[in-house]
Ligand binder design. Structure first.
Ligand code: COA
Length: 340
């Protein structure tokens, strides 16, 4: 599906960027001391060296509020017209987490809602927020990606416990012109529900709560068919990126930076190979944070900005694949942003 937020000249333009990680950093060796894995296996199979975990009692709303506040400061704004939060780990199954985050940011009364598309969540939220601006429903929107996967993975399950981390990233969108740097153009989005079981938490929703059968430990935690997901992720992110490039009218060699969902360095390298984007143009942030799900792309953007990899005017492709299955991509020219 293609959404066209620009329509005519009016478009959503990125004008602020913020990120936050919970203080507790957990290196590979700390995990290897507890479960049957090794720093060497994790680094060679994923590229991850460390990640951050929430401390007990720290919910996703805290991550989202911290990142949102930083994005607002970066934009130089105290208020926005709406808040869209991408997350798979809401504070509670009901209600959505976004209204609480908006309240804590001093935005009580503004529309605020969650978007659930797992690791593609940020791109789904970005597209939704761009649409609010294009339709004239809002002149500014705070878009946050926040997840605390350490609260849903089984800490004893080595295939998932080592790959995920917690964090949040956010951008502020304002109404502007489609030709401006930072304008969010078409967002190519897709989903295939036949792949629901590949990335899932089976228990806790209406499917299991409608029965009296207590969930097994495995069903109560996150599970992922790693190799199948790997293959789909490469194919879908490469395809969606090609469409985004075609929409933007850019050739692959004109791409300055590919910012893909940070699940696995091998996946990002494979996507780069399919697109002919060399490795030195692929933003890698997962070594420091692991797979942070909906937070992955805005955290990678904040890293790229502070590391000087994303310079004003750079041609950037964003792409992600996640549970659902869902996927997406978009292309934009990087704006000049204030780092906070
Ligand atoms: N430490 C040591 N060994 C491990 C391990 C760990 N943390 N996790 C799994 N293994 C073992 C397995 O038991 C298996 O052993 P076996 O061959 O004796 O059966 C072996 O390593 C290979 O397991 P496999 O699952 O095939 O590994 P992999 O190379 O596919 O890597 C992932 C696993 C999860 C890192 C990888 O599949 C991946 O990144 N998948 C995609 C994730 C993604 O894109 N997510 C996006 C949406 S969330």
């Amino acid at each position: 599906m293609r959404t066209s937020p620009s329509g005519g000249g009016r478009a959503a333009v990125i004008c602020g960027l913020g990120a936050w990680l919970p203080p507790r950093a957990v290196g590979n060796d700390e995990l290897a001391a507890r479960i049957d894995t090794s720093d060497e296996w994790i680094r060679s199979r994923t590229g991850i060296r460390t990640r951050h975990f929430v401390s007990p009692g720290m919910p996703t709303s805290r991550l989202a509020t911290e990142a949102g506040a930083r994005a607002l400061a970066s934009a130089g704004l105290e208020t926005v017209d709406a808040v869209v939060l991408a997350t798979t780990t809401p504070d509670r199954p009901c209600p959505a987490t976004a209204p609480l985050v908006a309240h804590r940011l001093g935005l009580t009364g503004r529309p605020a809602f969650d978007v659930s598309a797992v690791c593609t969540g940020f791109l789904y939220a970005l597209s939704t927020a761009s649409g609010l601006i294009a339709a004239g429903s809002a002149d500014s929107v705070l878009v946050i990606g926040a997840d605390a996967f350490s609260t849903i993975v089984d800490p004893e399950e080595r295939s998932t416990a080592v790959v995920f981390g917690d964090g949040a990233g956010a951008v502020v969108l304002r109404a502007g012109e489609s030709a401006e740097p930072g304008a969010v153009g078409r967002v190519e989005l897709g989903a295939d529900g036949s792949l629901t079981d590949l990335i899932t938490v089976r228990a806790g929703g209406s499917e299991t709560r409608s029965t009296d059968v207590p969930p097994t430990r495995a069903d109560a935690h996150f599970s992922m068919a790693g190799q199948e997901v790997f293959a789909h992720a490469v194919t879908r992110m490469a395809e969606a990126s090609r469409t985004a490039l075609a929409d933007a009218g850019w050739r692959t060699e004109e791409v300055d930076r590919l910012v893909g969902h940070q699940a696995n360095a091998r996946i990002l390298h494979a996507v780069g190979e399919q697109l002919d984007v060399p490795r030195d143009r692929i933003v890698i942030h997962l070594d420091k944070v692991g797979n942070t799900a909906a937070a992955s792309i805005p955290l990678a953007l904040a890293h790229g900005q502070s590391a000087g990899e994303l310079l004003p005017g750079a041609r950037v492709v964003l792409t992600a694949f996640g549970g659902g299955a869902t996927w997406g991509a978009t292309a934009l020219t990087w704006p000049s942003l204030r780092t906070v």
